[in-house]
Design a protein around this ligand. Structure first.
Ligand SMILES: [Zn+2]
Length: 430
């Protein structure tokens, strides 16, 4: 850290600061920006990740308003929700890129430190698309004054956070109520999201084909049951019901607000990513980007921080799928091919220490393929699979799993730290 400040001092004296901003920022913000970039660069050089957290942290220590200063003058979109925000952010940044340079936190550093670092690193760009942790959305709205906020979904991230889902919807609702100028792009299929977004005067609704519904069976407004039929839903005790979406996933494409259907070709697998692409098109649409301009860019996105990455090793084509909560396990089963599948579960801090969420996931779709299991909590998973009547084989390491399957595709579905472990074995694939 001492080195970081020494470097900063050199930068200040050598007068290279003019290039880092558009010349309108206060001196403190300029100094903070430079310190942030320097610390991030040193952290990267020291092999400690991409440095975005430490860089942003230092910048905000020097100037608590740094994020606001850096966001000023940019058209910003924030992307928030429990699932899909990293991928949707990546796709949205690609789509908005039609118009000009876009700053984005593409490594999933989705709190204000990460945002600060991402904007400092990119220098002045006309646009920014920022993945935003659900909890921090109100704070980041205040700091960045976004043009667009995209609300994807709200579901339990881990069992020990279950009660937070309704609180989160309330938090969003309150934050948006104070900013009627923000254009909200929101998921019509999620009652909690609809409730949070409905008060905003400028809301565009999308339907991305959400399947997970277990966290929204009670109306957040009146406490009555939510009823569902086909794709529709409504509260039996108050006027809350599914709004008509302007952007809709249909078959392997998306219908836009004018009613035109566009074929969506992605390198990312599964229906869930088609939904993420529809959301990205809707957000980019608020900036004036047309689907026909954005689609070629979406089709070039291959993997995001290792997710969906494919690695060839010893004749096996390994594909990595991250699943961090019941909703995303369901999506992962949909994405995975009918091929040998390795499941890896840890229960370290970032995963949540409680594995009882395993009982909320129906593993029966895996019955007709070879299943291998590993990870710190493989035995919890074993019990769950046994009850679900899914045959499996336990392996101690990733290499052992590789040796057990024939040449061809190996699907790997893992929760957060288990995913990072396997990524490390495969040399930090991107
Ligand atoms: Zn109701």
């Amino acid at each position: 850290m001492v080195r970081a400040f020494r470097q900063l001092d050199v930068t200040l004296r050598s007068g290279t600061l003019a290039g880092v901003t558009d010349g309108k920022m206060p001196l403190r913000a300029i100094v903070a920006t430079t310190a942030s970039k320097t610390a991030a660069a040193l952290s990267r050089a020291a092999g400690r990740g991409d440095g975005s957290v430490i860089g942003g942290w230092i910048g905000l220590k020097i100037d608590p308003d740094l994020l606001a200063h850096l966001a000023s003058g940019r058209a910003v979109a924030l992307v928030s929700g429990t699932n899909g925000k990293t991928t949707t952010t990546r796709l949205t940044a690609a789509a908005v890129g039609v118009l000009g340079r876009v700053a984005t936190n593409s490594y999933g550093a989705n709190m204000p430190t990460g945002h600060t670092s991402a904007l400092a690193k990119e220098g002045h760009t006309p646009f920014a698309v920022l993945e935003t942790d659900e909890h921090y959305l109100p704070q980041v709205i205040e700091a960045t004054r976004p043009k667009v906020v995209a609300l994807l979904n709200l579901s339990r991230d881990q069992l020990d956070r279950a009660k937070e889902v309704a609180m989160m919807a309330q938090l969003w609702k309150t934050a948006l109520a104070g900013h009627p100028e923000i254009r909200v792009v929101a998921n019509a299929d999620d009652p909690l999201v609809v409730w949070a977004a409905a008060a905003s005067p400028q809301t565009t609704w999308f339907s991305a084909g959400q399947r997970w519904q277990d966290d929204s069976s009670v109306c957040p407004e009146s406490g009555h049951p939510i009823e569902r039929a086909g794709g529709d839903w409504w509260c039996v005790g108050c006027p809350l019901r599914r709004p008509t979406p302007q952007w809709v996933v249909e078959e392997d494409g998306v219908i836009d607000p004018r009613g035109d259907w566009h074929l969506v070709k992605l390198q990312l697998p599964g229906k869930v990513n088609l939904g993420n692409a529809a959301t990205a098109l809707a957000v980019a649409g608020e900036f004036g980007v047309r689907p026909i301009e954005a689609l070629p860019r979406l089709s070039r996105v291959t993997s995001i921080a290792g997710r969906y990455a494919q690695v060839d090793r010893d004749g096996r084509n390994i594909r990595l799928l991250l699943a961090k909560n019941p909703a995303s396990w369901l999506e992962a089963f949909d994405m995975a091919d009918q091929a040998p599948t390795l499941l890896s579960i840890n229960a370290r801090d970032p995963d949540g220490l409680d594995t009882s969420w395993l009982w909320d996931v129906d593993f029966s779709p895996l019955r007709d393929r070879p299943v291998l299991i590993t990870g710190d909590r493989a035995y919890d998973l074993a019990v769950r699979l046994q009850v679900n009547q899914v045959p499996f084989q336990h392996v101690h390491t990733f290499d052992e799993a590789l040796a057990q399957v024939p040449p061809g595709r190996l699907e790997v579905i893992a929760n957060y730290t288990a995913f990072q472990d396997i990524r490390a074995v495969l040399d930090r694939v991107n």
